[in-house]
Ligand binder design. Structure first.
Ligand SMILES: NC(=O)c1ccc[n+]([C@@H]2O[C@H](COP(=O)([O-])OP(=O)(O)OC[C@H]3O[C@@H](n4cnc5c(N)ncnc54)[C@H](O)[C@@H]3O)[C@@H](O)[C@H]2O)c1
Length: 316
């Protein structure tokens, strides 16, 4: 199959690209390298069928050309820095919503039949039902990032219903593992390396979220794709349970410098727009037979080792 992965030089996209190549597909990555890094694709570059296009999804002609003769598009590109989106209010509108429209429209024009979209638990906002299932509503995101992703889901379903394109939407928990460029685990490790005595932690540390290891994220998407075939297929993708920011800090401190002190900045969340308590219900995909290798706490522990390894090998 000929596959296009947008954002394929990013954290999740680079793991996904490698897995798709290993399954024998021809995979083209389009990425402007604004957040991703070409070195994350080093292994993919050694495999047959790989192609890299450095381009911006806001350039419609570029994405139109990239979608030519493609069977399937995996749209992973986005502004993954939620806090940054709150400081400049059109970042997610452009890189999220408009870029997604461009990819959907290019896919439509070129006759692409299958579109897989990386969505997020952030579309739920602050929920009253936990664990939160796919049919929870009303959907009232509290970040520009979540608002953009919700708009993208709506655009994708409109394309599906008007043009017969099949859509898979995966609402991810917090994904962790190697090839990250930011996020709590990554930031804590970097902060502790700069100041081994004290770790500054945003908020009161009681923020608690569902986590999933990136290998399980890729496996889960591939499983969902193979085992569902509706015009619109919607899944939460999460490890079991949750993990608090304080637990993450403890895990990082134990690996980097067990003598370090914790310093909390206070407040119930890291930044405005941060959903402090997230517990995703991943049972829909699990009932179909998907089993993540790690629960939330195990995924975090593995990711701490992965990211320390990345920093040691210059991969981060
Ligand atoms: N990492 C998580 O915890 C998480 C959670 C929920 C959803 N997601 C979603 O999963 C997807 C992948 O996330 P990630 O963590 O790998 O992020 P990432 O930042 O590592 O990857 C995104 C990639 O998109 C590229 N990109 C951004 N804007 C672009 C543009 N205009 N043109 C071309 N390329 C562009 C970046 O350079 C980067 O390589 C994103 O859509 C993200 O919103 C991630």
């Amino acid at each position: 199959m000929k596959i296009l992965v947008t954002g394929g030089a990013g954290f999740i996209g680079s793991h996904l690209t490698l897995s798709l190549l290993k399954e024998g597909h021809e995979v083209t990555v389009i990425d402007d390298l604004s957040l991703g890094q070409e070195k994350f694709l080093n292994e993919s570059k050694t495999l047959k069928g790989f192609k890299f296009l450095k381009n911006d999804l806001l350039n419609f002609e570029a994405i139109l050309e990239a979608c030519r003769r493609v069977d399937q598009v995996w749209h992973m590109a986005a502004n993954s820095d939620i806090a940054a989106g709150g400081k400049k209010t059109d970042v997610d509108l452009k890189i999220g919503t408009i870029a997604t429209y461009n990819v959907l429209e290019a896919a439509r024009v070129q006759g692409v039949k299958e579109f897989i979209f990386a969505s997020t638990s952030a579309i739920y906002g602050e929920t009253t039902v936990k664990p939160t299932p796919e049919n929870y509503g009303p959907l009232l995101p509290i970040s520009f990032y979540g608002a953009s992703k919700l708009a993208c889901e709506a655009l994708a379903t409109a394309f599906a219903h008007n043009y017969g394109m099949k859509i898979w939407i995966f609402r991810f928990a917090n994904i962790v593992g190697s090839h990250t460029t930011h996020g709590a685990i990554h930031d804590f490790i970097k902060k502790l390396k700069l100041n081994p005595e004290e770790l500054e932690i945003l908020g009161n540390g009681k923020q608690s979220k569902s986590y999933l290891h990136v290998n399980d994220c890729v496996k889960g998407m591939m499983f969902g794709l193979k085992n569902s075939n509706e015009p619109v297929n919607l899944f939460n993708l999460s490890g079991e349970g949750s993990c608090s920011v304080d637990q993450i800090a403890t895990s990082v401190i134990s690996k980097v410098n067990p003598k370090a002190r914790k310093k909390f900045t206070g407040g119930d969340r890291g930044w405005p727009g941060d959903v402090a308590q997230v517990l995703l219900d991943g049972s829909k995909l699990q009932k179909m037979g998907f089993k993540a290798s790690f629960n939330s706490a195990q995924a975090v522990a593995k990711a701490v080792d992965d990211i320390i390894g990345d920093l040691e090998t210059g991969m981060s």
